[in-house]
Structures are given as C-alpha cells and as structure tokens.
Design a protein around this ligand. Structure first.
Ligand code: SF4
Length: 246
C-alpha cells in the first residue's frame, strides 16, 4: 500500500461480514468519536475515542485484503461507520485510499455534522455516502441529537453539487421522528438533491442494554418500534417523491 501507512486511528471494532451497511457484504469499520448524543443511539460505547483501540491503517487494510475477493464477489466492499467516521478524517482518507488500491467499493456512513472535515481527497476515495438526516426540523433535530441540523444539510447539498452517490438514512421513531409533514418535506428535499436511495430504519431497542451498562439514562425506554404499517406509509411518502426505498 502506498498511502496512509503511518496514519493511526481509534477503532472501536470491526465486522468482517456485515450485510446492512451498504451494497453486498461489507467489511465494517466502527470508528470511535461522535459529537452527537442521539437519544436512540445504538452504539454509545463508540462516543469516546479514549475507549477505543489505537489502530494503524496499514494493518487494518492488510486485514481487509484477506476478505477482498470475497467482498468483491458479493458486490460489497468496506464501510466506515461508528461513532462518527468524520471525527477521524485522516484515518478514513487513508483507509479508503487503501481500499481503492485493493479495488474495493467504499461507503461512508455519517451523520454529516462534521461534513466540513470531508476533504476532496477523502470524497474522491468514497464511492457512496450514507447520510443520516435524523429529523428535518431544526428544533426536534437538536432535541434528538444535541446539535444543530444546518451543518448536515450543508454537507448534503455539497454532495449533491459534486454528484456524489448518496443514500439518505432515516430512523423512524414513534413520537419523535414520525411527523408526516416534515417527512414529506425531507422527501422533497432528498428528491431535489437527487439522492439515489432512501433507507427507512424502524427504531429498535437493541442498543438499550449498552446505555444500562454505561449507567446512562435511556430516554426512550417507553417508546416501542413503529407499527409496520407506519414504516410502509413513510416509505410510500419517499416513493411518491420519485425516490427508491429499501
Ligand atoms: S450519530 Fe450515531 S453514533 Fe453518534 S450519537 Fe447518533 S446514533 Fe450514536
């Protein structure tokens, strides 16, 4: 590998055979560090870099190489997620450049808040951005995540101007992100930006035990996953704006 040999980053964990974070089967790299505090976060154990293992990118790319042929056969590749991968932009740049040298597809799963950290170099090595817009209303977004919505929208617009393939990810949380008018506005926005696909992800509670283990109060204890009919209806809203959903 000719790039990024000395770049070190804080990696929480890896999964060699992920099936839900992008096309095909994926080698998924969970990076530590996140500025958001989403009430439903499934991975609060990735919030702080200090809890992670320092990893050399060249070492990680050698590990990925062991799976490269297999990943390629499935139409898959490598996904950087977290935490928030853009909290470690140099590491992601070197990681993705290494993956491109192996001929692998690369996907960046991001909340977009640190979109300004994504350099041209990083984006050139990124085939797909999976962008979480967690709510399309600034105030509810802030209540849900602890930060402002505007930087994420700026990043979405930049990706669109560049013509970068972007999937929208939307976590549907009853009582929080199920306002149908706001979802319709988001759908119109995603269509205007020519987003390639929308993933509507029903809220679930699989991360709750991590909050308990970390002795953090979990605000969504009483919230249940959305009814399948509601999820289907929300998908239809996106489809009615000409978007593909999964
Ligand atoms: S952006 Fe992701 S990792 Fe960060 S708090 Fe929200 S759900 Fe958790």
């Amino acid at each position: 590998m000719s790039t990024g040999v000395n770049v070190e980053g804080y990696v929480h964990s890896v999964e060699s055979c992920g099936a839900v974070d992008g096309p095909g089967l994926r080698f998924v790299v969970f990076l530590s560090g996140c500025h958001l505090r989403c009430l439903y976060c499934h991975n609060p154990d990735t919030w702080h870099m200090k809890d992670a293992k320092k990893t050399d990118v060249a070492h990680l790319v050698s590990e990925i190489n062991l799976y490269a042929n297999y990943l390629k056969r499935t139409g898959g590749g490598v996904t950087a997620t977290g935490g928030e991968p853009l909290s470690q932009p140099e590491f992601v740049t070197a990681l993705f450049q290494g993956c491109k040298e192996l001929g692998l597809h690369t996907a960046l799963d991001t909340n977009g808040y640190l979109g300004e950290n994504a350099s041209q170099e990083l984006l050139d090595a990124t085939d797909l951005v999976m962008l979480d817009i967690k709510d399309f209303r600034p105030e509810p977004y802030k209540k849900l995540t602890g930060v402002e919505l505007a930087p994420t929208l700026r990043f979405a617009e930049k990706l669109s101007e560049m013509g970068k393939t972007t999937w929208l990810r939307y976590v549907l949380v009853p009582g929080y992100t199920d306002d149908l008018n706001s979802i319709a506005e988001l759908a119109a926005y995603a269509a205007k930006l020519k987003m390639a696909k929308v993933e509507v992800l029903p809220f679930h509670k699989m991360g709750e035990h991590k909050w308990e283990a970390m002795k953090l109060p979990y605000a969504l204890k009483a919230v249940e996953p959305p009814e399948p009919e509601l999820t289907a209806h929300v998908k239809e809203i996106f489809v009615s704006h000409g978007l593909k959903t999964v």
